[in-house]
Write a protein that binds this ligand. Structure first.
Ligand code: B3K
Ligand code: ZN
Length: 885
């Protein structure tokens, strides 16, 4: 908890460390009621910081210091200073050694930061500043040291003892204890330190690297999960091969380990050689995990593995540079997933997620640049902006320099900076130097927050056979940034002729056409491009593949969007045209609802969907994506003032109309795919996933008909399927249906069958939390009393409370404010227990400016209540105070 006024940390104040740590030797004695940590730090004055020996200020929090020694001499109390966050002592030579022993309490650590217990095992989470809760240290990423770690614990309870690097020694002690020593030869910052002790089983495999070294691979889990590791292991091996092939990056230690833990604040952590994962991002098998969960496991395993180079070998100089490793690594994992599965589907999913969630963050009170200038609590900056927008920024560089140029840039970056802690500027510099280009203006993407807008107009000159696209960019004001400079916007585009054919693209002044797809670099506030040799007015396809994270507007008619849906050669833009058509139609319905008129659906949407359903040549996954109407959250994000009830009513009305009008083709596609699912055992592979996604979206539409035949089909799927993807969809559509008796039966059966599998129970909670029928809050409150629910486990909180507040908008935003009050209560409770989780849970309340005055007042009222509720963690304090500012 915070006792002093929280301090703002600024990037402009960065200074290199006064001292460096060359070697870190740690010993952990793990006991049930405390742990002793002995640290020996081999240190020296940082030559970069000049002469003289300033005081050495070590970071440390919640540590009980037993003794401290300088060069083997134990210091008297007067020879050092201790405060809540530091241990300060005075070195007397350039080279010296600091020894200390502290007592800590992992067994009562509920914040899940530092060393803590998850169930019966000990584990750690140090990023960003958790290591200071383990021992006194220079806990900053630009201090890189080699580590040797010895752990000792009771052998019977903790047969497995792990840390970073390679195992070098182990042995028995008296009293039933044993020990193991691990050595990590690669210098690393303390945030990459890890330790695990527990009764774990491992799935083992091996990987031969491109230079023919054998690497042992192990995934450690609690015994009951040993049958759920194969998918993660396969994903790991694919990731290792892909990083060799695409980036030339080879793994460097003799062993790579993943440990699954149940209580974890985020998805996973890339600790050197010893990744620690939320069990939800490792464990997957057909019966218990959906297709989406399988793909998440694949993506997160890859992400953490890729960090070994983009994050560990080359790390961040300071935490303002977080996107250096996160944006780049998200880009790497998304390209990996695109290569392993369907590229267009992956892009559609990522863009839909970005536009719904990151755009909302970038328009809210916590908006910050990809490289922030300041923060109060760094844990609050593991954001969609740093991760997802950061990845889009790297993707734009990739688009601008091309595949080969990008590889030249990353080769140079890794070669130049291996073993260093560097900045986003260093990354961009490597790209510039490798490609001989100037990215000065481009770097505004790192420093300016907010989502840029690009308004596009067209004009056709029949006499000159020329066509001009005029662009005007702007960017809304964001906290601390009232005005912005123009961005570099790479705009991938093409032109279509009246038969839908791609037209050759020749810009005025060019000798000849250059292909039919190209990237225009928009760099000015206003800029136009004229294409020549055009016999007729073309139809533009703009921002193909979502080549920049912006909001583009072009006055397409609905007929033009339908045309693009069918003819655009860019698969992403076919989807995008469908989304824009749906948005136009839904916004019309929202308006009708607000004016109290009868709702009337534009039949062109029905016809567009019919065409999709009847075309068996299309990729089924894309058909499923295109049949999915924009979410209520997205419709909220694009509204100036979101009308919760109108958005919900309009979208549900459209779904019902589509379901009725398209019953036949939906039923046909459903039947065909369900038969195929019944006849083929489950495989988490792209074409199978595609089949199930179309089958499942068809079922969710069909169920709106209320027909007995559909209910039967749903129950058949629920009972007879061999996998969680089909089972959970069947359960979800039942839960959202009016068939109370069938619903209750299915829910009870599910909970009974899966009661011992916490990850499956999370899905059971989520399905109910997302049910938009009236009474949602009461259902969630009742579920909090369920024996499988606990506020101690972050996954449970996310599955029930998080899903309710983020996905069940019509219930969360109910007009009397009870949803807001409920969420604020949970934040207040969790603030003391687990500040990181409390602060994340808060996000929906920070969006109050999106709503009408009555809701604004209720939401603000809850934020004020949190602020006044007592001693706030710096995490919660920062988000609440910035939201109210
Ligand atoms: N680097 C970790 C995130 C740690 C978050 C700490 N609050 C996971 C990842 O991005 O790979
Ligand atoms: Zn990461």
């Amino acid at each position: 908890m915070r006792t002093e006024q929280p301090k703002v940390i600024y990037l402009k104040d960065y200074q290199a460390p006064e001292y460096l740590i060359d070697e870190t030797n740690l010993t952990f004695e793990l006991y049930e009621d405390h742990t002793l940590v002995h640290a020996q730090l081999v240190m020296r004055r940082n030559p970069e910081r000049g002469e003289g020996l300033p005081p050495l200020v070590l970071d440390g929090q919640q540590l009980e210091l037993q003794w401290v020694a300088l060069d083997d001499r134990v210091l008297d109390e007067g020879e050092y200073q201790l405060d809540e966050n530091h241990l300060t002592l005075q070195p007397t030579a350039k080279n010296f050694t600091v020894d200390s022993t502290v007592r800590i309490h992992p067994e009562t650590n509920t914040a899940l930061e530092g060393l803590y217990k998850s169930g019966k095992m000990f584990c750690t989470q140090c990023e960003a500043e958790g290591f200071r809760k383990i021992t006194y240290y220079l806990d900053r990423p630009d201090v890189m040291s080699s580590f040797t770690t010895t752990l000792s614990a009771e052998q019977h309870k903790y047969p497995v003892l792990l840390s970073n690097g390679n195992p070098v020694a182990s042995g028995q002690e008296e009293g039933g204890r044993h020990w193991a020593t691990w050595q990590d030869p690669f210098k690393k910052p303390a945030y990459l330190f890890a330790l695990v002790a527990g009764d774990l089983w491992a799935v083992e495999d091996s990987f031969t690297t491109m230079s023919q070294r054998e690497v042992a691979l192990r995934i450690y889990v609690e015994p009951e999960n040993i049958d759920k590791c194969q998918h993660a292991m396969d994903s790991l091996k694919k990731s290792m091969r892909w990083d060799e092939e695409v980036y030339g990056r080879e793994y460097d230690l003799d062993i790579f380990m993943i440990v699954a833990v149940n209580d974890f604040n985020m998805g996973a952590m890339e600790n050197k050689g010893l990744n620690i994962f939320n069990s939800s991002c490792v464990l997957a098998k057909a019966e218990t995990a959906t297709d989406a969960a399988h793909q998440r496991v694949e993506g997160v395993v890859a992400h953490e593995y890729f960090h070994n180079w983009s994050g560990n070998r080359v790390t961040c100089r300071d935490w303002f540079q977080l996107s250096l490793k996160e944006g780049f690594t998200v880009f790497r994992d998304s390209e990996f997933s695109a290569d392993m599965n369907s590229r267009t589907v992956k892009r559609v999913e990522d863009v839909a997620f970005l536009r719904t969630n990151q755009f909302a963050e970038d328009a809210g009170p916590m908006a910050h640049p990809v490289r922030p200038d300041s923060f109060i609590e760094i844990s609050n900056f593991y954001t969609l902006t740093v991760y997802e927008k950061g990845s889009e920024v790297v993707r734009m560089i990739h688009t601008l320099v091309g595949v080969d140029g990008f590889r030249k840039g990353t080769d140079l970056y890794f070669e130049r900076h291996d073993g260093q802690a560097v900045t986003c500027d260093d990354f961009v510099k490597a790209m510039e130097d490798a490609n001989g280009i100037d990215l000065t203006q481009f770097k505004r993407w790192y420093t300016q927050s907010g989502t840029p807008r690009l308004a596009v107009e067209e004009s056709y000159d029949a006499a000159a056979r020329s066509y001009t696209l005029s662009f005007r960019q702007s960017c809304p004001a964001t906290p601390g940034q009232p005005s912005k400079q123009p961005f570099v916007i790479p705009l991938e585009m093409g032109l279509l002729g009246s038969a839908g054919q791609p037209l050759p693209l020749r810009l005025q002044g060019e000798d000849a056409a250059v292909g039919d797809n190209r990237v225009l670099a928009i760099t000015e506030l206003e800029q136009s491009f004229t294409f020549v040799d055009l016999e007729e007015k073309p139809l533009p396809s703009l921002l193909r593949g979502f080549s920049a994270p912006i909001k583009l507007s072009f006055p397409y008619s609905r007929d033009q969007l339908m045309f693009l849906m069918q003819h655009d050669s860019d698969g992403f833009n076919r989807w995008e045209a469908g989304q824009q058509l749906s948005v136009q139609v839904l916004q019309e319905l929202i308006g009708q609802h607000q004016r109290g008129e009868a709702l009337k659906l534009d039949q062109r949407l029905v016809e567009a969907f019919r065409t999709l359903l009847l075309d068996s040549s299309l990729d089924q996954a894309m058909v499923a994506e295109m049949l999915s109407l924009p979410s209520e959250a997205y419709l909220t994000e694009i509204s100036d003032e979101a009308d919760v009830e109108a958005i919900h009513a309009a979208r549900e009305f459209a779904r019902k109309q589509l379901a009725d009008a398209l019953h036949e083709p939906l039923w046909q596609r459903y039947q065909d795919n369900r038969v195929a699912s019944r006849e083929t055992p489950y495989v988490a592979e792209a074409t199978h996933i595609a089949r199930r996604s179309l089958q499942n979206i068809a079922l969710s539409y069909l169920m709106l008909s209320g027909r007995a035949q559909v209910l039967e089909a749903c129950q058949e799927q629920y009972q007879s399927c061999d996998n969680m993807t089909e089972r959970l969809t069947a359960l979800a559509v039942l839960v959202n249906s009016p068939f109370e008796e069938e619903k209750a039966k299915a829910l009870a059966m599910f909970a009974d069958y899966f009661k011992d599998d916490p990850l499956v129970m999370d899905q059971w909670f989520s399905v109910q939390a997302g049910c938009t029928l009236p009474g949602g809050l009461e259902r969630v409150q009742a579920l909090m009393e369920h024996p499988a629910f606990t506020l101690k486990n972050p996954n449970k909180i996310r599955a029930l409370i998080g899903a309710f507040a983020n996905q069940n908008l019509v219930n969360f935003h109910r007009a009397d404010g009870a949803g807001y009050r409920f969420l604020a209560d949970q934040v207040i409770t969790l603030n003391a227990r687990n500040p990181q989780i409390a602060s994340r849970l808060l996000a929906p309340l920070t969006r109050w400016r999106k709503y009408a005055p009555a809701r604004q007042a209720l939401m603000r009222g809850e934020l004020e209540r949190i602020l006044a509720s007592g001693e706030l963690s710096s995490d919660v304090y920062e988000v609440v105070s910035k939201s109210l500012a």
